[in-house]
Structure formats: structure tokens, C-alpha cells
Design a protein around this ligand. Structure first.
Ligand code: PMP
Length: 285
């Protein structure tokens, strides 16, 4: 990803893609003091753009990092980046981090908070699993307690266990891993939220130990508009056997059907297809 043409917005200006570098003593690289966003632009418009910019600032606050840019400035930065790269359909990555500076220890209040925006074309996050139904492994790592990490932040440090879980899943031929939380309840995949269907009703984990995704909230609204009964609750592992359909939601994942989690199988059923199609239409509206 580092060796290509294009422009990346960095600290207020557009720089050449290959020159968008940071120093090796960047605080974030050593201590994970970094928050980011994943967004998608469809037909020239970023879906829920302001919500993503607000979440970026909120994630920063949760990590004791006040971003030096307002929501309006972040919006302008994203727009400028898309324009500079001549993209109307793209994935947008905004990131803010504590840079290199006076401190090299854990405490780093004096180091500057920096920000960048990059965008690129990114197709289906799960490849053809998007149509067939993704195969998920069960992760050995658990989403930590809210007393351990600020789970509502989209922060780099929370992704360490996700990367390890996804690597283990891919080594077994799976597209992703489903993670349980610290209590043993079903939580989410490594970069997407999860929904289940049983007898026409939807069940989805309560987001009390993981990111309450913007796509998740969008899909909940769509389901309620359709009059589908939704249960947001704690889901026990043993319940997986009784669910008939399953899908994942996320900005990158969009709505991706799940065909298998460990030894449990799910059909890519009518409601799953309907939600996936409706979401595709909604984001391009
Ligand atoms: N959970 C995790 C761990 C994620 O990385 C993502 C992607 N941001 C999501 C859930 C879904 O969030 P959203 O719908 O806001 O993209």
C-alpha cells in the first residue's frame, strides 16, 4: 500500500502518497496511541460521513487525545483527499495518533496529535463470501471487559487480538473469526458486528463490550422500519445451534451473509438477502 501514486492528507495538507511517512519514534507505533475510522464513499458521497468524523473525535477523547481538528475540518479533509485522488467510490481511512516528540515514555502529553486521511478502492471485504456466505472460525481471544479497555473507541490497540484471531482463522481456510466477550457471550467478528435470525426474528449481541458499529445501527433501523422484531441481548454460545441465518455488518464488510461458524451452519436466507440488498441501495441513495 505504500508504493503507489496518489495523495494523502496529512496534518492539514495533501502530500505525495509515497512521502506520507512518520518517524520511527512515533508514540503510536510503540504504545498504540492511535484511533481511526473506516468509511466508504459511494457515488461521490461518504455514507454517514459526519457520524464517522464524530466517532473519530470521540475515540480520541476516550484515549485522552483531543484531536486538533473539528468535525467540519475532518469533513473537509476527507473531501479534499477523495478529490485529489479522483475517487468517487472508495474506502476512506482517517487516522489520528500521537506523534514523535519530547516524550518517549508511556506518558506523552507533550507529543503532537497528528492526523491523516487516505483513500483507495476497496472491493468486497470478504471476496465472494459476500454472496456464498462467509465461513467463520471461533476465535480463542475474547473481547475484553469495558473495565479493561474503552470498548467504544475505534482504537488501534483493540485490534491486536483481532489480527491474531483473523490470522488463525485464515490458516484454517476461514474468512474471519467470531469472538466471544470476556463473559463468554457472542460478541462480533474481528472487524464487523454480527446478527442472527431465528424464526423470523433477529437477535444481535448488546454492544456493551465491543464497538456499536455505524452499519449495525443503520441495519437495526432498517429492521425496525420493516417491522422485524429485534432482540438486542446477551447471546450464549449454545444458542448458535438454533439460529437459521447469520450476517455481519461493517463499513468494509457492508452486509455479508455468514454460512458457517465453527461447526454450525446457516442458510443465506430471504431476510439476509433482503437486508444486504436494501443496504446496498441505501448507501447509494
Ligand atoms: N467491530 C469492529 C471491531 C470493527 O472494526 C468494525 C469496523 N469499524 C465494526 C465493528 C463495524 O463498525 P462500522 O459499522 O461502524 O464500520
Amino acid at each position: 500500500y505504500d508504493d503507489r501514486d496518489g495523495f494523502i492528507w496529512m496534518d492539514g495538507e495533501l502530500v505525495d502518497w509515497r512521502a506520507a511517512n512518520v518517524h520511527i519514534l512515533t508514540h503510536a507505533l510503540h504504545y498504540a496511541s492511535s484511533v481511526f475510522e473506516g468509511e466508504r464513499c459511494y457515488n461521490g458521497k461518504i455514507f454517514k460521513s459526519v457520524e464517522h468524523s464524530e466517532r473519530l473525535r470521540k475515540s480520541g477523547e476516550l484515549l485522552d487525545m483531543e484531536l486538533p481538528y473539528s468535525v467540519a475540518e475532518i469533513e473537509a479533509a476527507k473531501e479534499a483527499t477523495l478529490k485529489a485522488n479522483n475517487l468517487t467510490d472508495a474506502y476512506v481511512r482517517a487516522i489520528a495518533w500521537r506523534g514523535a516528540g519530547e516524550d518517549m515514555g508511556v506518558a506523552s502529553k507533550k507529543n503532537p496529535i497528528r492526523m491523516a486521511v487516505a483513500c483507495w478502492t476497496w472491493g468486497n471485504y470478504y471476496g465472494d463470501a459476500k454472496f456464498k456466505g462467509a465461513k467463520l472460525d471461533i476465535a480463542k481471544w475474547k473481547r475484553p471487559s469495558p473495565e479493561t479497555i474503552p470498548h467504544a473507541a475505534k482504537a488501534a490497540g483493540l485490534y491486536m487480538i483481532c489480527t491474531m484471531s483473523k490470522h488463525a482463522a485464515e490458516a484454517k481456510g476461514c474468512s474471519d473469526a467470531m469472538m466471544f466477550d470476556y463473559r463468554g457471550y457472542v460478541a462480533e467478528a474481528t472487524g464487523a458486528n454480527i446478527f442472527f435470525v431465528k424464526d423470523g426474528e433477529v437477535h444481535t449481541p448488546k454492544p456493551d463490550a465491543f464497538l456499536n458499529g455505524i452499519t449495525r445501527q443503520t441495519v437495526l433501523g432498517m429492521l425496525r422500519d420493516k417491522g422485524v422484531t429485534v432482540h438486542e441481548r446477551h447471546i450464549e454460545p449454545a444458542e448458535l445451534e438454533g439460529f437459521q441465518q447469520c450476517w455481519l455488518t461493517g463499513t468494509a464488510a457492508e452486509v455479508t451473509p455468514v454460512g458457517q461458524i465453527g461447526d454450525y451452519n446457516f442458510e443465506v436466507g430471504a431476510l439476509t438477502r433482503e437486508i444486504a440488498t436494501d443496504y446496498e441501495q441505501l448507501v447509494r441513495r
